[in-house]
Design a protein around this ligand. Structure first.
Ligand code: BES
Ligand code: MN
Ligand code: ZN
Length: 496
């Protein structure tokens, strides 16, 4: 999808030929002397339309209006959440029509956050997955022009960042949605390498030999039951000075989680193809970085493998040695996410990071605690926690801080190793975080449990692309000169 931002008045919009014109009407709407304003006034007077969020009025071939198809859409106070709700009302209809080119005009100014909500909402509602269908139906909508009364720099910046963000979200969705036989660890690594090549950043892929040399015994123990060889993907985006410490993102890349020998029940096991949602979000963020080009350094680490039962699979009670030297008693082979992440977290030390954030579909307990609305967030520093919470709000990709009291770690005591990989069921989301924390002593660390937010189940089953938005907002807020560095000369952002 291509996006364009320009200054546009209702009078000009009425005169410009367009396939489909959508006019956003807020509570602050002020009618002027143009054909569109006149129609709004007639419709409001006839009580066929109001500025209430989600109110809709469709019509065709109106006199004095060049567009063949016009829609008035009420957006209430035009806050980001109003715009989000209004977009949700129209996108299913848009998806069903043949509209390729769409012009959306807001006669009143929109805030940076509302512009983001509009673009992201439009992309979200018209997204189509097609890769593994024999006759893939692709998204019809290919060109979106947003017209505003004036273009303030912060709105232009928000527009450019949102377009970059959407491409990242859609990249994450694509890979998370792919079935496990179309997204093996090797395929994921190839996708990362080609993304790096086109995006102008570096990518290194390690295989079983290199990973064994590094001493990642915990990661290897999860992969040993699968015929698919593991991959360890290292991405490096350098937009800032060489001397500047990077932020490291670590994404859980279990391309399929059967539970291993501690096998999961059959119902909904297919959804465990989404267990690389953390990895997909890291790839998505790198896609966005390559488009937005902020002046920051970011490293991405993705341990990728399958968790399978097999004659060679790791067994409950087995003790393995992690890269950190700590031994782990694997009491439940279904708690595999933490086993691959812990070695990646130790590997992260070599970058002397300013912060490390891991992203993982880690626990069913997180789904019970927070549902599908907020991701679980843990942080060893208040400032990091605050910044992540704020980034979530700005991106409308929310998270919620959870505690890291040391008492929760008591559940992980083992008689046969330094630590066990599971505790009891109570507080499972926190116990998992406490396990990871043992491997993060050398840097400020945050953990996002996205088990409830990375995908939707049921009729609308599919990846959400979360938390690409949250991570991107966090990273962009870390830029040295935030106000000016995402500004670009051109108002056109066309990608693919
Ligand atoms: N990938 C799952 C977590 C998960 C489960 C995410 C359901 C979304 C929905 C993870 O590897 C897992 O199996 N965790 C176990 C941990 C337990 C054995 C301590 C869980 O949550 O049941
Ligand atoms: Mn599991
Ligand atoms: Zn898992």
């Amino acid at each position: 999808m291509n996006f364009e931002l320009k200054t546009l008045s209702l009078a000009t919009a009425a005169k410009s030929a367009s396939e489909h014109l959508i006019v956003l009407i807020s509570d602050h709407f002020q009618a002027k002397k143009d054909p569109l304003s006149a129609l709004v006034q007639i419709a409001v007077k006839a009580k066929d339309f109001s500025s209430k969020t989600g109110k809709l009025l469709h019509f065709y071939a109106a006199p004095g209006i060049a567009a063949s198809k016009v829609m008035f859409l009420g957006v209430g106070a035009a806050s980001a959440s109003d715009i989000k709700s209004a977009m949700a009302v129209i996108t299913s209809g848009l998806k069903a029509t043949e509209t390729k080119k769409l012009t959306i005009i807001s006669p009143e100014p929109l805030s940076a956050q509302s512009v983001q909500a509009l673009l992201v909402g439009l992309a979200e509602g018209t997204y189509v997955y097609g890769t593994t269908k024999s006759k893939p139906s692709s998204r019809m909508l290919s060109q979106v022009c947003l017209g505003l009364p004036s273009l303030k720099p912060e709105v232009q910046n928000a527009f450019d960042a949102s377009v970059g963000m959407i491409h990242g979200i859609e990249f994450a969705k694509e890979w998370a949605n792919r079935p496990a036989n179309h997204a093996t660890p090797s395929m994921l690594a190839k996708a990362a390498a080609s993304l790096a090549k086109s995006g102008g950043f570096s990518c290194e892929v390690l295989g079983p030999k290199e990973v064994s040399k590094l001493g990642m015994g915990s990661f290897m123990s999860v992969a040993q039951g699968s015929a698919e060889p593991l991959r360890f993907i290292v991405l490096n985006y350098q937009g800032g000075a060489k001397s500047e410490a990077p932020t490291v993102l670590v994404g859980k890349g279990i391309t399929f989680d059967t539970g291993g020998i501690s096998m999961k029940p059959a119902a909904e096991m297919d959804e465990m193809k989404f267990d690389m949602g953390g990895a997909a979000s890291v790839l998505g963020v790198f896609k966005s970085l390559s488009l937005i080009k902020p002046k920051i350094n970011v490293v991405g680490l993705i341990p990728a493998c399958e968790n399978m039962p097999d004659g060679l699979a790791v067994k409950p009670g087995d003790v393995v040695t992690s890269m950190s030297g700590q031994t782990i008693e694997i009491l439940n082979t279904d708690a595999e996410g933490r086993l691959i992440l812990c070695d990646a977290l130790t590997y992260a030390e070599r970058f002397k990071p300013r912060a490390v954030i891991d992203i993982a579909t880690l626990t069913g307990a997180c789904v019970i605690a927070l549902g599908a609305i907020r991701s679980g967030m843990f942080a060893t520093e208040d400032e990091l926690a605050h910044n992540l919470l704020q980034a979530g709000e700005q991106a409308m990709d929310l998270c919620w801080r959870m505690p890291l009291d040391d008492d929760y770690a008591d559940a992980l005591k083992s008689n046969f190793a330094d630590v066990a990989n599971v505790g009891g069921r109570a507080g499972g989301v926190i116990i998992a975080a406490k396990f990871l924390q043992r491997f993060t002593k050398k840097y400020p660390w945050a953990h996002l449990d996205i088990a409830g937010t990375a995908w939707r189940s049921g009729a609308s089953k599919g990846a959400t692309g979360r938390p690409v938005g949250l991570l991107l907002h966090y990273l962009l807020s870390q830029q040295p000169t935030q106000a000016s560095s995402t500004a670009k000369k051109s108002s056109r952002s066309a990608v693919k």
